[in-house]
Design a protein around this ligand. Structure first.
Ligand code: COA
Length: 159
């Protein structure tokens, strides 16, 4: 068996619920310089323009990642996506984003936008493989922990 495929794992993508929030807060904190608190996740969950998913194990007990998008008319913006740092590189991010995009498409979304740090190779690979292309850039968009600022790329996918 090829080693690359042997590390793949099947995840289960489900709508995010309030009881998933503590795990999402922990994953967000490991993934981004400015973590989101439980109140921020809870507010997004109650926002009717926001679509949110988690990826879990078969029983739904362990949350391995999450994705949230805001949909306005026929456009959506991917607000955030992250996978538990201990469980990356197993195909979970791709399964999560594929299902998330499928749900957005079913809800009538014609295009999806996102911003990604130029140097974020794993995220850019994932987005590129799922049909996102670069349509713009924002210089100095992200404040880095070391005081420098990083460029964001704006990416778009036609659904
Ligand atoms: C981006 C992220 C969600 C990807 O999740 P993941 O579960 O590791 O992704 P997958 O294992 O499904 O890999 C997705 C693709 O990226 C590629 N990839 C994974 N890690 C990579 C790396 N370190 N460098 C380059 N490509 C990589 C994989 O080969 C895979 O390609 P494939 O779909 O053709 O097989 C995860 O790295 C993460 O949570 N990062 C921190 C948060 C973040 O940066 N979010 C994006 C903000 S814009």
């Amino acid at each position: 068996m090829l080693p690359f495929f042997s590390s793949r794992e099947e995840g289960f993508v489900r709508p995010m619920r309030l009881d998933h929030v503590p795990a999402c807060v922990a994953i967000h904190a490991q993934s981004f310089a400015r973590g989101w608190g439980a109140d921020e996740f809870a507010a997004l969950l109650q926002d009717s323009t926001v679509l949110s998913h988690v990826i879990t194990d078969g029983q739904g007990r362990r949350v391995d990642g999450f994705a949230l998008s805001r949909k306005v008319l026929d456009e959506a913006e991917l607000l955030t996506i992250a996978v538990d740092s201990a469980r990356r590189g197993k195909g979970l991010g791709r399964q999560l984003l594929e299902k998330h995009l499928e749900t957005l498409r079913a809800a009538g979304t014609a295009s999806v936008f996102l911003e990604v740090e130029e140097a974020n190779a794993p995220a850019r690979t994932l987005y590129g493989h799922l049909g996102f292309g670069v349509v713009g850039q924002r210089d100095g968009y992200y404040a880095k922990a070391d005081g420098t600022r990083a460029r964001a790329l704006v990416m778009k996918r036609n659904q």
